[in-house]
Design a protein around this ligand. Structure first.
Ligand SMILES: Nc1ncnc2c1ncn2[C@@H]1O[C@H](COP(=O)(O)OP(=O)(O)OP(=O)(O)O)[C@@H](O)[C@H]1O
Ligand SMILES: [Mg+2]
Length: 358
């Protein structure tokens, strides 16, 4: 009987290196959830301590700012009450640089300032302090509107238009010639998975998932360079979520920059190059997903086809190196993979299930 085995041991010292030739060594994958929980816990325990040495001094040159997709320094937002008194400090001194062509994730629990950040970048609200530039221009400049696509947290689309009419309407707002729209609208509807039946239905009849899809198509109608997605997978089933993630990756392949906000951590982990975690308006951590989620003191060795006897042998070998806490497990799949596999298996040959079928 053959086995897929995963051997792991803590505190990989010199002995670990000797075992390296046995197989490919990979670092134990941990979910973003651990980093997320850590950041929130640290922030709750020591509210004034950040896990990052953040500097509000702007050391970026004008060329760096011009080349960045998003550049903020000391960006802060305090919402005021009716009397002009400070009500909520929604964003506090955000220093952020998003490079062109990357998929960047803005994470944080409810009320941490994610949507506020997006609104500031779009110029929908004004900062109380600090600066923000987008694609080399001050946030909110009219010059860059055409280069930005935005999927808001909640859809504000006209309920009495159907999917096709909605895209044509937004296309005309961007002054896209009708000849071009005739090609672009059906192509976009295909891209977001709204079939012939769905695109003729009024938006008021759309399910949550369909509304998210048409929202995304609307955000892409102007072929933007920078796409801001606020909770893009809300309301989508696992298939829709997978499609949304694939779409985000294909946007990256086309050289576009994507900034997405989410508290659905697994979604972010799969598609983002870098993430930051906000908590109570403050940046808690920033970095590449693969670095942030890596557990540095655990090493995993993966091998296919090990027999039970060979597994015992490997364990003995590790013990002989003085490491007693080696564990042998089989890798698990994610629930999403399992779900996708089941749906794929149940789909009739030749037919394809999309969540807009229902
Ligand atoms: N217009 C407003 N007036 C007053 N307070 C506001 C306003 N908009 C947002 N806030 C407050 O600012 C804080 C940050 O809100 P924001 O919507 O940016 O959070 P979020 O991270 O997007 O949360 P969620 O995950 O729930 O979407 C919250 O405490 C919220 O109540
Ligand atoms: Mg929000």
């Amino acid at each position: 009987m053959s086995h897929d085995a995963r051997v792991r041991y803590d505190g990989g010292s010199g002995g670990g290196a000797r075992l390296a030739h046995l197989s490919r060594i990979i670092c134990a994958p941990e979910t973003v959830a651990r980093v997320f929980r850590q950041s929130v816990r640290m922030s709750t325990e020591t509210a004034s301590v950040s896990t990052l040495p953040l500097s509000t001094a702007d050391t970026a040159s004008p060329a760096e700012i011009a080349n960045a997709a998003v550049h903020t320094r000391g960006l802060s937002k305090v919402y005021k009450d009716f009397w002009g008194r400070d009500k909520v400090r929604a964003l506090d001194s955000l220093d952020l640089t998003i490079h062109r062509g990357e998929v960047f994730g803005l994470l944080g629990p409810n009320g941490s300032g994610k949507s506020t950040t997006i609104k500031l970048l779009l110029g929908l609200i004004f900062p109380s302090r600090g600066t923000a530039s987008v694609l080399g221009h001050a946030a909110g400049s009219t010059e860059i509107n055409e280069k930005i696509g935005f999927l808001p947290e909640e859809s504000y689309l006209y309920k009495f238009l159907n999917g096709e009419e909605t895209l044509k309407f937004y296309g005309r707002l961007f002054k896209i010639p009708s000849r071009e729209l005739k090609k672009r609208v059906p192509a976009l509807l295909d891209t977001v998975g709204l079939d012939a039946k769905a695109r003729k239905r009024k938006l008021r009849e759309y399910s949550k998932g369909m509304a998210r899809r048409i929202g995304l198509a609307q955000a892409l109608i102007n072929n933007p360079d920078l796409i801001l997605l606020d909770e893009p997978t809300t309301g989508l089933d696992p298939i829709g979520t997978r499609e949304m993630k694939d779409l985000i990756l294909s946007l990256k392949e086309q050289g576009k920059t994507v900034l997405l906000c989410s508290h659905l951590l697994a979604d972010v982990q799969d598609v983002c190059d870098r993430i930051t975690i906000l908590f109570r308006g403050k940046m808690q951590t920033l970095g590449q997903v693969k670095d942030l989620v890596q557990v540095k003191d655990i090493t995993q060795i993966q091998a296919t086809g090990l027999t039970p006897e060979q597994i015992v042998e490997v364990q003995e070998y590790i013990k002989r190196m003085g490491l007693n806490n080696a564990t042998v497990t089989h890798p698990t799949t994610t629930l999403e993979d399992l779900f996708m596999r089941i749906v794929r298996e149940k789909t009739a040959p030749g037919g394809s299930y999309t969540s807009s079928d229902t």
